[in-house]
Design a binder for this molecule. Sequence first.
Ligand code: HAM
Length: 421
Amino acid sequence: MTREKSYQAARGTQDILPEEQPYWRYIEGAASEVSRRYGYQRIDTPLFEDTALFSRSAGEYTDIVQKEMYTFDDRGGNSLTLKPEGTPAVCRAYLQHGMANLPQPVRLYYISPIFRYDRPQAGRYRQHYQFGAEAIGEGDPILDAEVIAMAWHFYKTLGLNDITLQLNSIGCRACRPGYLAALADYYAAYTARLCPDCRTRLEKNTLRLLDCKQPACQEIAQAAPRYADHLCPACDEHFTSLQKYLKLLGIPFQLNHRLVRGLDYYTRTVFEVQPREEGGQSTLGGGGRYDDLIEELGGKPTPAIGFAAGIERIILNLKKAGVSVPAPPAPRVFIACLGEAARDEGLRLAARLREAGVSAVAAAGNKSLKAQLRQANSLGTPFAVIIGEDEVKAGTAVLRDMAAATQESLPLGELPRRLAV
Ligand code: HAM
């Protein structure tokens, strides 16, 4: 007989085991609470969409579109792609459901799996989860401040204090060409020293030259022209107002002239939240304005801003910072039974307890009493109920307080009331 292959989760994906779940519940709880406080409503979009939606949004020469999308043809010959980010899907839903007719901005949030064919490493997966928020239909910088405050507030309520907020403006259609020309001029003198990727960027995606991670390219980027010096008056005013609002809210930020983000749809405000002690690989979340995207997707000109946070990276940082998260409560009672008649009684009792709202786990299999109590111990149930032949005859059960190691005999009918929390 040939040995069966032993299956592993696909490279870059992971199981979220029960012991990890408290982190997830904790983060999801904080995400929905912060969304509630800022007036954002939940939206869930499908896991896959038309490929064109994502390739048009992210930009043809981005890593996401060039290397990272999980794209496939379905049986009907349609090209579909697993969501490589949440923003285009939310914009598509905004357009499809006529949300432009609602009072603007429309404030939405999501918690969703995201798929990117990335090189797996700590904090970088091929399936990860994002908490994201999008505010669509308003260009006022007060909204930029709101979204940044919401992101900041989210990390802070989680207990992540050693974080920084990096901020930049990458202008609009009006001032971008002038800045890109200045950037290309500057880089022209360094072509020979650039990495091969950056040589392509110089041709196809000049802005991304600024955030190359290669040391030689980083050195060249140091003295590159700054967008802040090339903003048109409207973008300059927007950026100045945003900084005023952030100061007013007491949110500390660092201007980072090299922050450009990895998606092409951004306009004006871009920002990232990073752990203080590490660099780019560990970015906890980021976002920015995308004032042209909805129009690009076939809608009317509609300014918008949003952000997304990577949940796995948050968990890594919570662990590193030693933040403890609430453990889910163990079932309240374990029902141990000896003999067939006792098992029938135990089954009935478990049903009655659950009806009364008490979580109960009944023994299964043919284990000794000792083994059954060991199981109660490892589940951490505060109580065990023991039913043997004598108890069946008397219509009673033994209630054991596991921590105190005390027990008493009680009529079966009294247990739901006694165990109610
Ligand atoms: P992003 O910066 O590509 O932005 O992703 C947001 C966050 O997701 C990152 O900061 C990081 O924490 C996490 N992340 C990204 N890739 C991975 C990965 N391979 N493994 C683990 N975590 C990862 C966006 O996706 C934009 N849609 C954000 C946005 C919303 N902009 C406007 N609205």
